[in-house]
Design a protein around this ligand. Structure first.
Ligand code: NAD
Length: 499
């Protein structure tokens, strides 16, 4: 049985149902319905923003220690229901249970624990005299009610990345998860209540992007929009935020390059590429999608990746022996299949995969691990986000060419460089345009370090104390030190004359 929450939305500390159409949540490994909810209407979103607005003064005024204690309790509450969270994540997103248990859920809990600690070290600049007559102080203040929108690929993790830095810094939040995968976000809200988070600090609304999502991001009561999702929707939302003058944080799509130099450990690169291309069935914004391999190692690399991909086991998502699950939906599977078919049509060669498996997996949104060669740098499969288990491999001849090709896409979220030469590595990490560059690895993240993009991948940081830059505003307080009525600078404006 999939654990399910007590209602379609969580507003002001209570579960309830929206006034809109019913939506089904499906298990993409079978196509079966696991839950349904009524979508939230603009009136439901109004109620959520009102609850967050009411909760704001007390939460913003709580001491760091008070906020930290509650958030520490939230980490423990999540730990207590870790297996239920893993089961729900697997059921709604089609993740192999091993991934939910070993990556999504513990990573999310670690992030909550990190922000519980970080809440206590959120400081402004110490007082100092930058003018001889004044003491200056910097206050770091919350922004207000944050409207957050999350995607479906890592539902719990994305909810945590949105909520935790915001509430640790004293903001209140209305969060809309992706309509395909709302279960674990609602379970997070439920756990936050058990941990003692005051009603209204975290509210969850639920429904499609174009209706519920747009009602949230265009709501006049929110001070900030924090969005993680596709570049096209992010740009649309940026237009709404610009018109309303709302502060904006955007984490968008990616198309990570994976650069393998001639001196690289090819076995390590092959293993790394398969793991980094197939994690979460490739539905990872930092997944390795374009491998550029020095021509002298190209054949070995392609052969190694094809062989290793051939050992990856597709299967039922609850089986701990399954390596790769389905895509999140048949729509997403068909999108990926169409991209691969168009690449084939344009002259690329599919070395492995490139189709859906039949047999027992036919009812799910499965697609085989896929390796593509002979695609051109300007081709759609190399330039656009596929968001599926597909790796394209292209050759290069020189270091500068590799960096030029790596940078030659509209995105800049993540990248990796594989070499044993420290100078090459340093040069590449400086020149590659991406928010994260790994050296001889690709994918690991840690709560202490920032995640975020450059170029078309958006701006702003998730995770780490850098994310507080997004969710706080600085205020300069300047206090007179002299105590005199006739301040010397007044003389610039008017001369002091005796009557
Ligand atoms: P999406 O852009 O289709 O949807 C994301 C969210 O936006 C969903 O909750 C959706 O309901 C909502 N939405 C859609 N239209 C909206 C609108 N008009 N107004 C308000 N909200 C709207 O993305 P997706 O398909 O759910 O997720 C996959 C995308 O997310 C990929 O492009 C991936 O790269 C990106 N992503 C980026 C990061 C990152 O950190 N940069 C992390 C995870 C996923």
């Amino acid at each position: 049985m999939t654990p399910t929450p007590g209602g379609g939305h969580f507003v002001g500390g209570r579960f309830g149902d929206g006034g809109g159409d019913r939506h089904r949540v499906l298990d993409p490994s079978t196509g079966e319905e696991i839950w349904s909810f009524a979508a939230d209407t603009p009136a439901d979103v109004d109620a959520a923003v009102a609850a967050a607005t009411t909760a704001l003064p007390a939460w913003a005024g709580a001491t760091p220690a008070e906020r930290s204690t509650i958030l520490g309790g939230l980490a423990r509450e999540l730990e207590a229901v870790a297996e239920e969270l893993a089961q729900a994540e697997t059921a709604q997103a089609g993740k192999p249970i091993r991934l939910s248990r070993e990556f999504d859920v513990p990573g999310s809990i670690d992030n909550v624990a990190f922000f519980a600690g970080a809440a206590r070290v959120l400081d402004g600049k110490a007082s100092a005299e930058y003018s001889a007559d004044h003491t200056s102080t910097i206050r770091r203040e919350p922004i207000g009610v944050v409207g957050s929108i999350a995607p479906w690929n890592y539902p719990l993790q994305m909810a945590v990345w949105k909520v935790l830095p915001a509430v640790a810094a004293g903001n209140t939040v209305v969060l809309k998860p992706a309509e395909l995968t709302p279960l674990t976000t609602l379970m997070l809200a439920e756990a936050s209540q058990r941990a003692g988070l005051p009603a209204g600090v975290l509210n969850v609304v639920n429904g499609p992007g174009r209706s519920t999502g747009e009602a949230l991001v265009s709501h006049p009561g929110i001070a900030m929009t924090s969005f993680t999702g596709s570049t096209s929707v992010g740009r649309h939302i940026a237009g709404i935020a610009a018109a309303n003058g709302t502060r904006l944080h955007l984490e968008l799509g990616g198309k990570a390059p994976f650069v393998v130099h001639d001196d690289a450990d090819v076995e390590a690169a092959v293993r790394g590429a398969v793991a980094a291309a197939l994690i979460n069935t490739g539905q990872d914004c930092t997944a390795a999608t374009r491998a550029y391999v020095h021509r002298s190692r190209f054949a070995d690399f392609v052969e190694g990746v094809a062989d290793l991909m051939g050992t990856v086991r597709l299967g039922p998502t609850r089986d701990p022996d399954t390596d790769q699950g389905p895509l999140v939906s048949t729509t997403q599977r068909d999108r990926v299949a169409a991209l691969v078919d168009r690449a084939r049509g344009a002259g690329a060669r599919v070395v492995r995969g490139g189709r859906s498996p039949g047999g027992a997996l036919e009812g799910g949104a499965y697609y085989e691990p896929t390796l593509v060669v002979d695609a051109g740098q300007r081709s759609e499969i190399v330039q656009q986000e596929v968001f599926g288990p597909v790796l394209a491999v292209l050759p290069f001849d020189g270091d500068d060419e590799a960096i030029r090709l790596a940078n030659d896409v509209p995105f800049g979220l993540a990248a990796s460089v594989w070499t044993r030469d420290v100078y090459r590595a340093q040069h590449a990490t400086r020149e590659i345009q991406a928010g994260t560059v790994w050296v001889n690895d690709h994918i690991p993240i840690v709560s202490e370090m920032p995640h975020g993009g450059q170029k078309g991948s958006g701006y702003g940081k998730d995770m780490s104390t850098y994310s507080f830059e997004e969710y706080t505003q600085v205020k300069h307080v300047m206090s007179d030190l002299t105590g005199v009525a006739a301040k010397p600078w007044h003389e610039t404006v008017y001369r002091t004359r005796r009557a």
